[in-house]
Design a protein around this ligand. Sequence first.
Ligand code: SF4
Length: 433
Amino acid sequence: MNEYDTHTIQSELVAGGHQLVESPADANLVILNTCAIRGKPVEKVNSLLGELRKERRSGRDLTIALMGCLAQLEEGQELARRFGVDILIGPGAITDIVPAIRSLDEGAETFSSLDFQPGLDTHLTPAPSSLSGFLTIMRGCNHHCTYCIVPSTRGPEVSRPVEIIMREVEAMRDAGVQEIYLLGQNVNSYGLGDPGLPSFAELLRLVASSGIPRVKFTTSHPMNFSSDIVDAIAETQNICNYIHLPVQSGSNRVLRRMAREYRRDRYLAIVDEIRAKIDDVVISTDIIVGFPGESDDDFEATLSLYDEAQFDHAFTFIYSARPGTPSHRHFEDMPREIKTERLKRLIERQKAWAQTSNQRFLDREVRVLFKDMARDGDYVVGHSDQNHTVLVPKEQVLRLGLYRVRVDHVTPHTLYGHVAGSRPEAIPLMMAS
Ligand code: SF4
């Protein structure tokens, strides 16, 4: 979500007559668009603010803005006071960035905007100049997972009007975007409770009918993951067969303490339905280890769920107590060594299943969108329809875009292959951002 918000902020700045620079060292204004969901990003913001304050003290003329979820929290506001932040804007007021700069230019010492602006949902963000683009379809969350700060920072669910979403989709398609990522804290809730809006499954079909070659979405909540969504993916060629479905734990006892509104059996039934209906589907998940009170048996239940679901990939996290959440207030954290040891075991399990899963694609062709050069410079990196990271030698890809790739070798994290064919409309390499 923050990437989409960052693009909106950049678009507002450009429309307001400001210039974006390549390096923070060249900027008069540095914006930290923050995430507050885990402790680590917050530590990073802390250290970045420290560096910026040091530069300012050594004479650099610099305005500092703190935006995003952290700005919405007392924790972030305390940081803003400590480090002398000039502009403080919450995630519901990102379009206030230009008025904020104007206000400082006119002599205000600081600017703060933490309200949820009603106009944000109908605000049109211009298409990005890249092959892949994010599009927020809804903001906020009505769930109350006990470990999560999002309901406090982003407020209740608000679905954006379908006409606005489709205008952004069409603008992206016309700008040459090949892949749209529909975003929301819980995309499956799109349109719930508003008879004037389509359901998420209907919205998916609508976006796909625009002709965009690839449509992906994240994040889903198992509670709202209904059969019509599975059917929409199974029946629509350009909705990617990749589903990220956070489970968080395999233990019903832990799920209850987390206030996740589904149980293990329901989750596994959804996975079964997905695998039965969608060919070559890839399912990934999020898992938190070491949630307060997680016993050895609870953790074993998570490992056994992993084996039953046979996840193709997982994002695994150690529980990080966030101030302001119910689990921080009411539950006692467990020793770090136990959490670390469990994470290690979970990662081993994850790697083993990822290797098995990736093996399925060996000696087969996958469709890959190349939108970047890989870090080591010898490869072009892309992502398959199933969201695998795919690398091919860079001399085989002279224009970024969609290609057929034959897979020669796999690791738990990556498919390696060679180009087997390309679409004629691939974008010249030098044009891609
Ligand atoms: S559904 Fe996701 S965003 Fe909402 S409270 Fe739970 S973890 Fe947070």
